[in-house]
Ligand binder design. Structure first.
Ligand SMILES: Cc1cc2nc3c(=O)[nH]c(=O)nc-3n(C[C@H](O)[C@H](O)[C@H](O)COP(=O)(O)OP(=O)(O)OC[C@H]3O[C@@H](n4cnc5c(N)ncnc54)[C@H](O)[C@@H]3O)c2cc1C
Length: 376
């Protein structure tokens, strides 16, 4: 058993809550500070690739996931008019030869409930103000006027991480030139699996999330990251589907409420290794934020949680543990960030008609997802 007995986790998102669960299960006391006063997880869903399902299972949450979410046994790739291009196999991770879909709010509820049941303490509307590592502990003060000492502080506070900026200096994410639009609707009959549609200007898709619901998405080029009027998001999202026909075009006609359109300019970031300084470490998007082209961001955040919790159960000195964490996580996460960025660049080149013939996006997706089936 390591000397780490008490851990502060900054940020109660997917990575922070997964870490709290894994550490509490290992007998390590955790406390989360979350800057939002109330949970405000946005609508629409999330894809859990087979390695994400494996990680959810390792947290002991497969039953909870299956009670709400849905699974897919194939990935269909079609052209803009719905003609089949090919069916991509799902590479199995352990016993999971499927992908999953679930509304983000439900995934968050499952993680939150489980973290609380395991005894984590969560303080809402609070963040860190000072972080000072001493030889045997970290001293922190908080915005609610309190202070504390911990054996380890974990920055799980997302792509605009305050912990990262306090401990590592300013490292900003990069806008990649694309954005994604998403909208929840009733699950169409006969849509069992994630179905993607490749147009000339955009890439769209349907993702089943539950028995009854799905979301449609479309990825568009947005040079210069233009501002979008919030009350027009539904009109703009529908317009983005102009070149599409068939089912996806029919579904896009249901996009009617601007408040339910989730529009996100896409950003990316990889912090150079190591992701720790003294007794402070970054995990999840604060260390490696990726665009969703491989749908791996949440997967690798949960994997970070599992690996860190596993290592913290050994009695090795903390620097060795953190080093081993980097050995197991850095290349894998960097691979995802870089291959996702490659897909963005190829899609932008394709838009300009300049994508070299030998660059095959489907091959890189398949290779990347195959790699993620390797043991963590
Ligand atoms: C458009 C889009 C689609 C995506 N789709 C998928 C997908 O289909 N599959 C997939 O696996 N991944 C997907 N991802 C990636 C995934 O959402 C992220 O990788 C994942 O949420 C990372 O978890 P996290 O806990 O590191 O960060 P977050 O989920 O961002 O959580 C960070 C938490 O920290 C809190 N916080 C922030 N600052 C502070 C602070 N100073 N103090 C305290 N708390 C703070 C936030 O309020 C939040 O609760 C997608 C990402 C995007 C942008």
């Amino acid at each position: 058993m390591s000397n780490v007995k008490k851990v502060l986790i900054v940020g109660g998102g997917i990575g922070g809550l997964a870490t709290a669960i894994a550490l509490q299960k290992a007998g390590i006391q955790t406390e989360i500070v979350e800057k939002q006063k109330e949970w405000n997880v946005y609508g629409v869903g999330i894809i859990l690739q087979s390695n994400a399902l494996r990680a959810i299972d390792a947290l002991g949450l497969m039953e909870e996931f299956l009670a709400v979410g849905t699974t897919h046994s194939a990935l269909h790739i079609r052209d803009s008019q719905g003609n089949m291009i090919f069916d991509a196999p799902i590479h199995p991770s352990g016993k999971f030869n499927m992908t999953g879909g679930i509304p983000r709010r439900d995934l968050h509820d499952i993680l939150l409930r489980t973290a609380l049941n395991h005894g984590t303490n969560i303080r809402m509307g609070t963040t860190v103000e000072v972080i000072e590592s001493a030889a045997n502990f970290v001293y922190t003060t908080f915005t609610d006027g309190t202070s504390g000492t911990y054996d380890l502080v974990i920055g799980a506070d997302g792509v605009r991480s305050k912990v990262r900026n306090m401990v590592f200096g300013e490292i900003e994410p990069n806008f990649v030139g694309q954005a994604v639009w998403r909208y929840t609707l009733e699950r169409p009959k006969d849509i069992e699996n994630i179905t993607m549609y490749y147009g000339q200007k955009a890439k769209a898709g349907i993702v089943p999330m539950t028995k009854d619901s799905a979301y449609v998405f479309i990825v568009t080029a947005e040079p210069g990251n233009p501002w979008k009027p919030e009350d027009q998001l539904h009109v703009l999202m529908r317009e983005a589907f102009n070149e599409f026909g068939g089912l996806i075009a029919e579904l896009s006609e249901q996009i009617s409420n601007p408040k339910e359109v989730v529009y996100r300019p896409l950003e990316t970031l990889i912090v150079e290794k190591p992701w720790y300084r003294d007794r402070v470490i970054l995990i999840g998007d604060s260390a490696h934020a990726t665009v969703p082209h491989l749908a791996q961001g949440a997967a690798i955040a949960i994997e970070d949680a599992l690996v860190l919790a596993e290592l913290l159960q050994t009695d090795a000195p903390l620097p060795d543990i953190l080093n081993q964490f980097m050995e197991r996580r850095f290349e894998r996460c960097k691979f995802i960030v870089e291959n996702s960025n490659k897909l963005v660049n190829w899609e932008l080149l394709q838009l300009e008609g300049r994508l070299p013939r030998e660059n095959n996006p489907n091959a890189i997706v398949a290779q990347s997802l195959m790699k993620m089936t390797e043991a963590i």
